[in-house]
Design a protein around this ligand. Structure first.
Ligand SMILES: [Zn+2]
Length: 446
């Protein structure tokens, strides 16, 4: 492979044995090329019409190029809490294992946890991550430093035991300040609002969040209906489901990304559709915590926007979105007892196009004008045999491939993983920092 170190204003043509565009026609070029200018894609096509311009460079990559994967729900800095509270159900897991540790976190902890997690995401070919977490300024800075594209939602709730700064009012103020400072930064940072959930933020907090979201035109990233029992307080107090309650307080009138959304009735799904609520489907986290399986085929049938999420590494426990990409159609088919419950191409689209649609970003497809977020996979591997036809190639990507085949990653045209090495994060330093900080945090809780 030739060198791909390049200034961002160069125009570079990457040539690959296969280019899976995920455009509207799901075009696959074999061989194909992707031309990148600055942080955007300038052209995509088969190899034949290379009209060369003065100063163009061509890099013959071989392998397969596809859009970077889009993670729609993460608390990536929780690499600091990886595996904490294993075996506990969500409620006890939060109150006994997670919140006591999080109450001891410092901004530096969050920075290093995020830096390490971003290296893991990028190495797996995840080029965008939608985050909801504490210490949003430190987390956003780590994301920016790592080179990843990030939709950062400062967590908004009263964190038990974390002192006067961790009230929903203070969190909302911080979110507003961060939006003013960092929204749009570097073309890679979007600041959203992250009310944790309807069961951890009081009604006036949700109303205030909806108001600020309207003023800033910011995405609202919230956990909804993750477990069956979590809406009991809302049902007993208001006599309605969590989605109906969120509509009542005005939150669903904003742009909303609802993580999990496992326990939804038909009426709830209709409400999602009516308010164009997007879903971050987290099958692995939902499985590990014994929460249930979201009704993704029913969502897609209604035209609800759905992307995939890893959730945090304390409930997954890795940040490899290829596992969600495979698990989502497996669970959909198993639950429906129907091999046609989710088509293979539909599953692949959840990981790129679907995520981009859920977040409202111009990524997830290789098409002119879109952000140059690309992933290269090694095609010289047994899992891509036979792979002779287009449908075989797509099937191998979903059912047989994995993140181990990701060799190179570009975010906004910048080469951040080169020959399986993350060049934008000092991974050794991040590992050492997280390792040292984890021992301090583990003194609280399980
Ligand atoms: Zn979550």
């Amino acid at each position: 492979m030739g060198t791909t170190t390049t200034a961002l204003d160069d125009r570079v043509r990457y040539v690959a044995d296969a280019v899976v565009t995920m455009d509207a026609q799901r075009t696959v070029h074999r061989p194909g090329m992707v031309e990148v200018h600055g942080d955007r894609i300038a052209a995509v096509g088969p190899l034949d019409p290379p009209e060369r311009r003065e100063g163009d460079r061509e890099v013959v990559l071989g392998g397969l190029l596809m859009p970077g994967l889009v993670n729609c729900h993460g608390h990536t800095a929780m690499t600091l809490l990886r595996g904490a509270g294993d075996g506990l159900p969500l409620g006890r897991w939060l109150s006994e294992a997670i919140w006591p540790r999080e109450a001891r976190l410092t901004p530096d902890d969050a920075y290093w946890g995020m830096a390490l997690g971003c290296a893991e995401l990028l190495a797996a070919g995840v080029t965008t991550t939608a985050e909801q977490y504490l210490f949003p300024r430190a987390v956003a800075q780590a994301a920016l430093d790592s080179g990843i594209r990030c939709v950062m939602a400062p967590a908004i709730f009263d964190l038990p035991g974390a002192g006067p700064d961790a009230t929903w009012q203070r969190c909302l103020d911080v979110a507003g300040e961060l939006h003013a400072d960092l929204d749009g930064w570097g073309g890679r940072m979007t600041i959203a609002l992250g009310p944790h959930s309807a069961y951890t933020v009081p009604e006036d907090g949700l109303v205030a969040t909806a108001k600020i979201a309207s003023e800033l035109d910011a995405l609202v990233h919230i956990h909804v209906a993750e477990t069956q029992a979590e809406d009991e307080p809302i049902r007993s107090r208001y006599g309605m489901s969590t989605p109906a309650y969120l509509a009542r307080v005005g939150l669903l009138d904003r742009r909303v990304l609802a993580a999990h959304s496992v326990w939804l009735s038909d009426e709830d799904l209709d409400l999602y559709r009516a308010h164009d609520v997007a879903v971050a489907h987290c099958p692995q986290s939902n499985g590990k915590l014994g929460s249930g399986i979201a009704r993704v085929p029913d969502m897609l049938a209604r035209g609800i926007r759905v992307g995939l999420g890893t959730d945090g590494p304390a409930s997954n426990d890795n940040l490899d979105l290829w596992e969600e990409l495979r698990l989502a159609p497996i669970l959909a088919r198993a639950v429906a007892v129907d091999a046609a419950a989710m088509a293979t191409g539909e599953a692949l689209a959840l990981a790129n196009l679907g995520g981009a649609g859920a977040l409202g970003l111009d990524v997830g497809t290789l098409a002119p004008g879109h952000r140059a977020d690309l992933v290269r996979l090694d095609l010289d591997d047994p899992v891509f045999v036979p792979g002779g036809t287009e449908s075989e190639l797509i099937a191998h990507l979903v059912w047989a491939a994995s993140s181990r085949l990701v060799t190179d990653v570009w975010v906004g045209g910048r080469h951040v993983v080169a020959d399986r090495t993350c060049t934008s994060v000092d991974v050794r330093e991040a590992q050492r920092n997280v390792f040292e900080r984890v021992r301090r945090l583990a003194r609280a809780g399980h």
